[in-house]
Design a protein around this ligand. Structure first.
Ligand code: ZN
Length: 222
């Protein structure tokens, strides 16, 4: 089944499915939990369009490649082409907001880091980016403070607030647009708060975006 972007009511969004532009260590507390330095410039990487899958009612994980970590993140859906934009342009060019999981094969990523190799095997595999439906952001005023959280099997694993980001949402999009042209239908992930941990097939998750969006579902094996 091919992935298409959807609004929270389930209807299809009339935008193509593009790349996913991501940031590493955008919450200082998460950088520290993995023993990393807090960066001066955002650490950017890309997941291909083939990594996108719906988060609910279920998504699958590889079960033969070591630990698969959940990283819950606020996701943005790009509505207009952006190149070298400023934060204000970035704000008005988003089509929607939602939640994404930056699934990470942590054991493999640690091996790759040791060898100085790129992270794609750990973060860009098929299905590595489950996303929720999007909230239409046109005509909606942007709140500075949004809490995102992830529960697994009823236990709170991750909780963070957009005010704790090292690079604020639209500053980050502007910086991304200086490196990668952002096109309608691209997705942006804005970094994960602390509490990343392993997912297992059979887990039940519940992800929240403020009071506006709640996504529940199951983790199944690939
Ligand atoms: Zn991440």
């Amino acid at each position: 089944m091919n992935y298409v972007h959807r609004w929270i009511d389930g209807s299809a969004i009339d935008l193509p499915v593009g790349k996913v532009v991501c940031v590493g260590r955008n919450y200082a507390a998460h950088a520290r939990e993995l023993g990393n330095d807090v960066p001066d410039a955002p650490i950017l990487f890309i997941k291909p369009s083939t990594s996108l899958v719906p988060m609910a009612p279920s998504f699958s994980i590889p079960t033969d490649q070591g630990e698969v970590h959940h990283e819950i993140e606020m996701a943005l859906l790009v509505g207009e082409r952006l190149q070298n934009c400023d934060a204000e342009d970035a704000r008005w060019s988003m089509a929607g907001f939602g939640l994404g999981l930056d699934l990470t094969l942590r054991d493999i990523q640690n091996e790759l880091k040791k060898k100085g190799q790129p992270w794609e095997r750990a973060k860009a595999f098929d299905g590595a980016c489950p996303v929720s439906g999007f909230i239409d952001s046109r005509g909606v005023s942007w709140k500075q403070s949004i809490e995102i959280s992830l529960e697994v099997n009823g236990e709170l694993r991750q909780r963070g607030n957009t005010t704790q980001m090292l690079f604020s949402v639209f500053q980050l999009v502007a910086e991304m647009s200086r490196v990668f042209t952002l096109e309608p239908g691209d997705v942006i992930l804005t970094g994960t708060p602390p509490g990343v941990a392993a997912l297992r097939a059979g887990d039940h998750f519940c992800a929240r975006f403020g009071n506006t969006l709640k996504v529940e579902g199951d983790v199944v094996s690939r």
